[in-house]
Design a protein around this ligand. Structure first.
Ligand SMILES: [Zn+2]
Length: 371
């Protein structure tokens, strides 16, 4: 409630004290609310305006209506109050001026003693770090790195890899096609590559055996995101083609690579599988790195390998001789193997992460945990 000047009926010392106290505390309260020059002007006018200002009202309601014998005492108190009001108004003015000066100083001056804006150093993302680790394992074996386009043709993504049109194996890779391609022949239609295997074909087209390459990169599938799926993920594929390359070379190479990545105690296991571009094909498991392949940990079932002791990690096989027909290699003279692995899948194991989405959300609190 805004302060209004009361009429005085009682002009005793005590009543006067009370009235003055009320006026002073109202003055202080209003002064404390001042934030700007406009606030200050309104405050000054409210208390000091000649016409109807609070002091003028006090003069009228207290001094003029005081009984003759009390006028002198009342006059003295009103005078003191007037001085107090003037003091408060000028203090408030200093406050407003000081705030304005500080604001100007803040915007116009540079304090060279202040610490600078810290630009924090970034770090390698876990997916990139894992990819680089895998690549370096194969680099040490004499492999070079090849990359290819992320938007590729049906020919490179499927046909040259021995996925003929309408082959059911195409359905296992939910493909994102570029729109508006219907007028082109199927093999020329563009799509987001579903695996890095097209790079193998492009490499063999431009390179004669011996070939030893790894192809790291981003791939796309029409998968709804959940803890184990993402529409974007990364793969590393490898290809070795030379004379007399056998399944033994494939097994030895991958066994070495898994030991280099996960530790020398890790074992590998090969299962028959199917991929259109390799024959025979195999899925590779490593012994569970969480329970040491025992299937049990701390007396209970190991959740990471579902108590099996093995974790399925990658696919591989001997290059299907049909594929050589697409790149002008002579299947009677050369043989080779190919393998592919998901980078996130390996990063999940290495970093003990339980949700693939965490790699793509860019939450610094997550990323910082791995420095
Ligand atoms: Zn386990």
């Amino acid at each position: 409630m805004a302060y209004t000047v009361p009429k005085l009926k009682d002009f005793s010392q005590a009543a006067l004290d009370k009235a003055v106290d009320q006026a002073e505390s109202a003055l202080k309260d209003e002064s404390a609310e001042i934030r700007s020059e406009a606030d200050w002007k309104a405050f000054r006018d409210r208390w000091m305006a000649r016409k109807n200002g609070v002091l003028t009202q006090i003069n009228d309601l207290w001094l003029k209506s005081a009984p003759k014998e009390g006028k002198r005492a009342v006059g003295q108190r009103v005078n003191e109050l007037k001085q107090f009001v003037e003091q408060e108004v000028s203090k408030a003015r200093e406050f407003v001026d000081g705030a304005a000066t500080a604001l100007r100083a803040g915007s116009e001056q540079i304090d060279i003693t202040l610490p600078g804006i810290r630009r924090r150093l970034g770090a390698e993302h876990q997916v990139i770090k894992t990819m680089n680790e895998i690549v370096s394992v194969f680099r040490n074996l004499g492999y070079s790195v090849e990359e290819g386009p992320e938007i590729d043709t049906d020919y490179y993504n499927f046909e040259a890899l021995n996925f003929p049109p309408n082959h059911p194996a195409r359905d296992t890779q939910d493909t994102l096609f570029v729109a508006g391609q219907e007028s082109k022949p199927l093999r020329d239609r563009l799509l987001l590559r579903t695996h890095t295997s097209p790079v193998q074909i492009r490499t063999m087209e431009k390179m004669k055996p011996p070939v030893r390459v790894v192809c790291p990169g981003k791939v796309h599938r029409n998968d709804a995101p959940d803890a184990t799926h993402s529409p974007i993920f990364h793969q590393i594929e490898g290809l070795a083609v030379d004379t007399n390359i056998t399944l033994c070379d494939l097994k030895g190479t991958l066994d070495h690579a898994m030991k280099a990545l996960f530790g020398s105690e890790v074992k590998t296991r090969f299962f028959p599988s199917f991929f259109p571009f390799t024959e025979p094909s195999a899925d590779v498991s490593i012994s569970c790195i969480f329970c040491g392949g025992k299937g049990y940990r701390d007396g209970s079932r190991c959740p990471n390998c579902k108590a099996s002791g093995w974790i399925e990690l990658l696919g591989c096989g001997m290059v299907d001789p049909n594929v050589y027909g697409f790149v002008d290699y002579d299947p009677k003279k050369v043989s080779g193997f190919a393998f592919g692995m998901g980078v996130e899948r390996i990063a999940i194991l290495k970093y003990g992460v339980d949700d693939i989405q965490l790699f793509f959300q860019g939450d610094v609190r997550f990323l910082e945990q791995f420095g």
